[in-house]
Design a protein around this ligand. Structure first.
Ligand SMILES: [Cu+2]
Length: 155
């Protein structure tokens, strides 16, 4: 009886680090809004500073399917990157570049490729170390005016 209890304690102790690690990962999913094809289903996301993030852009369930991406930006960069994204409409290589503006790259903390309708992409990144409100957006030209949100990073 005593031996069994000790064994159980040993197993529990061994298993704990693995459980704690999983709890450290923020698993997020974002989709097109069901009624508004030019919006995300979530306009707010929350993670802890420095946390591992596993984010899936699931491009299903839209009433007007089209390609979308997801870019997480440095605070205050939404308008600047949005203007660059709109300008890519004139770039014949825009689609091939996943509508990710070259000039915006220093302001991009994480991004998916352009995800086609009924496809998904999962990206993994580390949440910013500094607490704050980090904008996210789709840079398919024109989408960002509505297809945007804020990731709250808290300590
Ligand atoms: Cu979009």
């Amino acid at each position: 009886m005593k031996k069994q209890t000790l064994l159980l304690l040993a197993i529990t102790t061994l298993a704990m680090p693995a459980i704690a690690q999983d709890a450290d990962v923020a698993t997020l999913e974002i989709k097109p809004h069901a009624q508004n094809p030019l919006g995300y289903d979530k306009t707010e996301l929350s993670v802890k500073a420095g946390q591992k993030v596993k984010l899936t852009l699931n491009n299903t369930g839209s009433i007007a399917p089209q390609p979308h991406n997801f870019l997480l930006l440095k605070p205050g960069k939404l308008d600047a990157v949005g203007a660059l994204a709109n300008a890519m409409l004139a770039d014949p290589q825009g689609m091939a570049k996943h509508y990710i503006p070259e000039a915006a790259k220093p302001d991009i903390l994480a991004s998916t490729k352009l995800v086609q309708p009924n496809q998904t992409e999962t990206i993994e990144f580390t949440a910013p170390a500094e607490a704050g409100d980090y904008p996210y957006m789709c840079t398919f030209p024109g989408h960002w005016l509505l297809m945007r949100g804020v990731m709250h990073v808290t300590k």
